[in-house]
Design a protein around this ligand. Structure first.
Ligand SMILES: NC(=O)c1ccc[n+]([C@@H]2O[C@H](COP(=O)([O-])OP(=O)(O)OC[C@H]3O[C@@H](n4cnc5c(N)ncnc54)[C@H](O)[C@@H]3O)[C@@H](O)[C@H]2O)c1
Length: 401
């Protein structure tokens, strides 16, 4: 199988290297707007498997040309470009994989989860497969939720929990992924939640709780923020009595205080503001003061845990089961030269691509992580360095949501 890797950032590098380690993947074309990244990563793939290409994905004729002879596009650029890349795949007859959605359309003007899923009939008509939202969260988290769903007789709540206990050398505020995405997710997007058969929206930074993650991560305060899983679990995993589907992520209290102050100052938007004869955009200003994820490589110490908690019953007994993956930032740096989030996201994305290459995903159309067979995906996650685990929590201590 010939793969076109679009975007060779920290996630794209891990995805490309993991894909290339499998015999079914014969070639990986490393394509990026930054000509240096493909060249820097090519030598890390097995001999003869890498090609490099400087490509701006927004240049449709160049993208279409690059798709000639490609079996699978792995999209690790920015989610705002997803629909354009999906359209090019439909045009050229190419399978597709991505790691996150953009949107929502009514708040930020870009395509959300539902617009990608709506292309299902188009991909089916062309006999193609699009694997969408396959990072760690969304992605692995949804597969964990699906696996737990299969184990339970009734499922009342599904909660994705993401906790990171890392500290960063010499930095006050350090988002572990794209600073603009992090600010947008926490401050701007009203988080979706699934409640009693409906999607509701909460005010940003209005709902938090404490959760004890497995060692070495420990107890952290987590906040409800907007994420694909709340929509996906409500859509695909509601059949056993689901009442609540939520996503929570640990945020440093000083980061939350900063964002709430920004909101109190009326800066929770990105429209131009005039000040002292100049104009500025508040979110751009805030993001400009934050380190880029690439600048944090090698400076993050600690671990990140992403998991799904199912609360329901098995055989009439109440069960609370947490299925999770923990990645150490230090080990990710030693092994791949990236921070933990790059490794933890890149490997599951590659696992979905490997399943397609091995014929373990036969379905055509647009498939969310909840829709694939979870076990081969989980086995591949372990094989490729992101092992997962399961633990049962005290049955009577339901999450206070
Ligand atoms: N689901 C998850 O768990 C999860 C977690 C982290 C990141 N992500 C997603 O993974 C993707 C990659 O994240 P990352 O941390 O590697 O980002 P990154 O910024 O490190 O890498 C993105 C790469 O894309 C390239 N790029 C940007 N615009 C381009 C264009 N127009 N044409 C060609 N190349 C372009 C950049 O030069 C860069 O090398 C993003 O879509 C992000 O939202 C998902």
């Amino acid at each position: 199988m010939r793969v076109l890797q679009l975007g060779v950032g920290s996630v794209g590098e891990v995805t490309a290297r993991t894909l290339a380690s499998e015999p079914e993947i014969t070639k990986v074309v490393l394509a990026d707007i930054d000509a240096q990244r493909p060249a820097a990563v090519a030598g890390k793939l097995p001999a003869g498997k890498a090609e490099t290409l400087r490509l701006d994905v927004r240049d449709t004729p160049a993208l279409t040309k690059a798709l000639a002879g490609v079996d699978l596009v792995v999209n690790a650029v920015i989610p705002e470009l997803n629909l354009g890349i999906m359209a090019a795949c439909l045009e050229t007859g190419t399978n597709y994989l991505d790691m996150a959605a953009a949107g929502p359309r009514d708040v930020v003007g870009t395509a959300d989860v539902d617009e990608e899923l709506a292309l299902d009939a188009d991909f089916k008509k062309k006999g193609l497969t699009a694997l969408v939202f396959f990072g760690i969260d969304p992605g692995g988290s949804d597969v964990f939720a699906r696996s737990l769903y299969d184990q339970f007789d009734t499922v009342e709540t599904l909660t994705i929990l993401d906790g990171d206990n890392s500290c960063v050398d010499g930095v006050n505020y350090a988002p572990s992924f794209s600073p603009s995405t992090m600010v947008e997710e926490c401050l701007i997007l009203p988080p979706y939640a699934f409640e009693n058969g409906e999607l509701i929206r909460r005010r940003p930074l209005s709902t938090s709780l404490e959760f004890t993650f497995p060692d070495p991560v420990g107890r952290l305060k987590v906040w409800n923020v907007d994420h694909e899983e709340s929509q996906l679990m409500g859509r695909f995993l509601a059949g056993k009595g689901l009442k609540k589907g939520n996503f929570f992520i640990a945020l440093d209290q000083s980061w939350v205080d900063l964002l709430l102050t920004w909101r109190k100052l009326g800066f929770d938007h990105n429209k131009e503001i005039e000040f002292a004869g100049c104009t500025f955009r508040p979110l751009d200003l805030l993001v400009s003061r934050l380190p880029k994820s690439i600048d944090l490589i090698g400076k993050m110490h600690g671990s990140v845990c992403v998991g799904a908690l199912a609360e329901g019953t098995i055989g009439g007994k109440r069960v609370r089961r947490f299925m999770y993956q923990i990645t150490s930032h230090d080990q990710a740096y030693e092994k791949y030269g990236v921070q933990g989030t790059g490794l933890q996201t890149g490997v599951p994305a590659a696992c979905a691509g490997i399943m397609l290459a091995k014929g373990l995903v036969k379905e055509k159309g647009v498939l969310a992580p909840e829709q694939i067979d979870p076990q081969p995906f989980l086995d591949l996650m372990t094989t490729h360095g992101t092992p997962w685990a399961v633990t049962d929590l005290p049955p009577d201590e339901a999450l206070p949501i």
